[in-house]
Design a protein around this ligand. Structure first.
Ligand code: KG4
Ligand code: ZN
Length: 366
């Protein structure tokens, strides 16, 4: 098979993203990965405002396409396949990307396929993985811990594009919990990096001084439950109660860092323990991490340590830190694997994707 150029568009939340990827025989090469983040715009509201997000996507998407194609040094006419995230996400935001992609596909007469946002996060693991013969390749079955702002799931993959959700959160997603805790502590949006940074500072203080100034204990919700599900809303509430005990302490940076540290430890404990439990049950050859929270250093490290200790023959694969957040390169990667698995009839249908593709805020992974 000769190489193929894939254009991908992602507008499901607050990042406008366009990427061009070249898929070769056995490697994926990102030629351009353009992202325009709206974080600072939404920060003043403490979360993403759907209509504001859509307005920004409309403003940014065409210039980003221009940049992506010129960095990739190919005209639109040379693109072989167009892909766009068609869900799940905020509907006003999704509609911008999906309709932009439909227009491009129509005008340039290209096949168009929709990609599930989480499928994209999972397939971020296939980018930048050096194709050296010494490196172990991802083998199925694979168990994926998906941790983002909207999802927390344990997904079992028996093969490419085959997903069985074996565990999931019953309430808040892990990233959502980081964001809500950050809001309680008044340390900004998005919460994940803000909490992680303070937790790390507190940890290094403990290492230097032998102990921290504050001795806090938060619960580890559902860690011992028999199933593979999660719950993070009680943990967030426990943080709220903790901070209400003595509101004056919220002026103390060291106290805030101590809460971040204990909250992050709790979230990581639960995520790691349930992933290992699932691995012992399903015996995967690979464990993958996916989603925005996979940027978390503590989670990346502790999951790796637990895998080495409890399931040492299992390959552990994490996405490059440049690809943990929302981006379009991961969407192009998923599109590559989808296209490879499609029948001729399905490829024929993709040719009229410009007519049929629909955004779906609640799209299911399947
Ligand atoms: O995948 P993502 O970029 O968007 C969604 O699909 O939701 O994930 C965003 C989430 C946010 O909740 C953000 O706070 C969290 O990922 N996040 C982190 C870190 N970086 C981003 N959470 C913990 N630690 C981080 N370093
Ligand atoms: Zn995401």
């Amino acid at each position: 098979m000769s190489s193929k150029f894939i254009l991908a568009i992602e507008t499901s939340c607050d990042e406008t993203a366009v990427a061009v990827l070249r898929s070769n025989e056995d490697s994926l090469e990102v030629l351009s990965n353009q992202i325009s983040s709206q974080v600072s715009l939404h920060a003043q509201w403490g979360g993403v405002v759907p209509n504001l997000a859509a307005r920004e996507h409309v403003k940014n998407i065409a210039p980003l396409l221009d940049k992506a194609l010129s960095e990739a040094k190919i005209p639109l006419s040379q693109v072989d396949l167009i892909s766009a995230v068609n869900g799940p996400g905020l509907i006003p935001a999704l509609l911008v990307g999906v309709n932009f992609a439909k227009t491009l596909a129509y005008l340039a007469e290209k096949p168009l396929i929709g990609i599930h946002h989480i499928e994209g996060h999972i397939y971020a693991n296939y980018i930048n993985s050096a194709e050296k013969s010494t490196e172990r390749k991802i083998e199925f079955p694979a168990l994926v811990l998906v941790v983002s702002g909207g999802h927390t799931q344990l997904v079992l993959m028996k093969d490419h594009l085959q997903y069985e959700i074996v565990g999931q959160t019953l309430d808040d997603a892990a990233g959502e919990a980081f964001d809500k805790v950050a809001r309680i502590l008044g340390i900004g949006y998005p919460g994940g990096p803000a909490v992680a940074q303070r937790a790390a500072a507190y940890e290094s203080g403990i290492r230097d001084q032998g102990s921290g100034r504050f001795d806090l204990t938060l619960p580890r919700p559902m860690m011992k439950s028999k199933d593979l599900n999660f719950s993070f809303s009680g943990l967030k509430t426990a943080v709220l109660y903790e901070t209400k005990k003595n509101p004056n302490l919220l002026k103390d940076e060291d106290y805030i860092a101590a809460v971040c540290h204990e909250f992050q430890n709790s979230a990581v404990d639960v995520l790691v323990s349930k992933t290992i439990k699932a691995a012992k049950e399903f015996h995967p050859n690979t464990v993958l991490l996916a989603g925005g929270v996979s940027a978390n250093t503590e989670l990346r490290t502790r999951l790796g340590e637990a895998i080495s200790e409890f399931i040492p023959n299992t390959l552990y694969k994490i996405p490059d830190t440049s690809l943990t957040g929302d981006n379009a390169a991961m969407i192009a990667s998923a599109a590559h694997f989808r296209w490879q698995k499609m029948t001729d009839a399905e490829k024929e249908k993709a040719k009229v994707g410009w007519k049929t593709l629909q955004a779906d805020a609640n799209l299911k992974l399947r």
